[in-house]
Design a protein around this ligand. Structure first.
Ligand SMILES: Nc1ncnc2c1ncn2[C@@H]1O[C@H](COP(=O)(O)OP(=O)(O)O)[C@@H](O)[C@H]1O
Ligand SMILES: [Mg+2]
Length: 252
C-alpha cells in the first residue's frame, strides 16, 4: 500500500509564519484513514492554523501537505472534506432547514438528496423538532449541532472539526463524541482539535501541540503509560516541560 492510500493526511515540514512569528513549526503529521486524530494543546498553540492550511484556507509558508492523496492547496478535494470552523459557519438569521439546504446547494447536491440527508442528519443530531426554527433562537449547544449537521451534508470522507465541543456542556460533549464515533464507524477520518484534555481520551491517537510544534504523539493509553501520569493534562505538562528544557539546552 502506498502512503497516500494508507493516510488521509501527510504533512512534511509544514510551517506557517505570520511575519516573524512562527505559528506552525516544521510539522510532520500523519493521520491514517479511518482514525480519529486529536490535536491537543492550549489556546494559541497553532491548532486552528494547522486545520486552516489542511483545509486549503491558508497557504503554508513552507513545507508540504497532501490531503486525501492531493497536494494542498491546489488539490481538488473540497467535495470530500467537511470543515467545522471554530467560529460558527452557520447563519443565525436563517432557520435550521435553510442553513442545511444552503450547504447542500454549495456542494451541488440534488434537491431530493438534500432532503434525504437533512432528515437523516437532523435525526442524528437530535434536532428534528427544530427544523424550522431560526438558528439565533437556539441554545449554544444546539447551534453547534446545526453546524455539525451542515458540515456533514455532503458525506465528507475527511472531517476537520475545530473545537467542536467548546462551550458545550459536559453531557452534550459526551453525545458529540458518540456522533464522531459513529461517523468513524461509517468510514470517515476525523481530525479534531480540542483544548479539553479530558475528552481527548476518545481519540484513537493524539498529537500534543505546543507553540506550533508536535511535542508528543501516540494513543491516549500510551501517552499516559509513557509519561507515568494519570491524566492527559499531566502528561501534556510533562512533555511540555521536557520540550522547554530541550529548547533551553539547545539555546545555551
Ligand atoms: N492571521 C493571523 N495573524 C497573526 N497571528 C496569527 C493569525 N492567526 C493566528 N495567529 C497567531 O498564531 C498563533 C496560533 O493561533 P491558532 O492557530 O489560532 O491557535 P489555536 O487554534 O491552537 O488556539 C497564535 O499566537 C495566534 O495569535
Ligand atoms: Mg483554535
Amino acid at each position: 500500500m502506498t502512503l497516500e492510500n494508507e493516510y488521509a493526511i501527510l504533512t512534511n515540514h509544514l510551517t506557517k509564519k505570520f511575519k516573524d512569528f512562527i505559528a506552525v513549526n516544521d510539522l510532520d503529521l500523519k493521520v491514517k484513514k479511518g482514525e480519529i486524530y486529536g490535536l491537543l494543546g492550549p489556546n494559541g498553540a497553532g491548532k486552528t492554523t494547522i486545520i486552516k492550511m489542511l483545509a486549503s484556507i491558508r497557504n503554508p509558508t513552507k513545507g508540504k501537505a497532501s490531503v486525501l492523496g492531493e497536494e494542498i492547496p491546489d488539490g481538488n478535494i473540497a467535495s470530500k472534506i467537511g470543515y467545522m470552523p471554530q467560529e460558527t459557519g452557520i447563519y443565525l438569521g436563517l432557520t435550521v432547514d435553510q442553513n442545511m439546504k444552503f450547504y447542500g446547494r454549495i456542494f451541488n447536491l440534488k434537491r431530493e438528496e438534500i432532503e434525504k440527508r437533512e432528515d437523516e442528519l437532523l435525526k442524528f443530531v437530535d434536532l428534528e423538532d427544530w427544523k424550522y426554527e431560526m438558528v439565533e433562537n437556539l441554545s449554544g449547544g444546539m447551534k453547534h449541532r446545526v453546524s455539525l449537521a451542515c458540515t456533514l451534508i455532503h458525506q465528507p470522507e475527511l472531517l476537520f472539526l475545530d473545537e467542536p465541543t467548546v462551550g458545550v456542556d459536559p453531557e452534550l460533549r459526551e453525545s458529540f463524541w458518540k456522533y464522531f464515533q459513529q461517523l468513524k464507524e461509517n468510514g470517515a477520518t476525523i481530525l479534531i482539535t480540542t483544548h479539553y484534555m479530558d475528552e481527548a481520551r476518545h481519540c484513537d491517537r493524539i498529537g500534543f501541540i505546543q507553540r506550533g510544534k508536535l511535542i508528543a504523539e501516540d494513543t491516549p493509553a500510551n501517552l499516559l503509560k509513557n509519561s507515568g501520569k494519570d491524566s492527559l493534562e499531566d502528561a501534556f505538562l510533562l512533555f511540555s516541560r521536557k520540550e522547554d528544557k530541550d529548547l533551553k539546552e539547545v539555546m545555551a
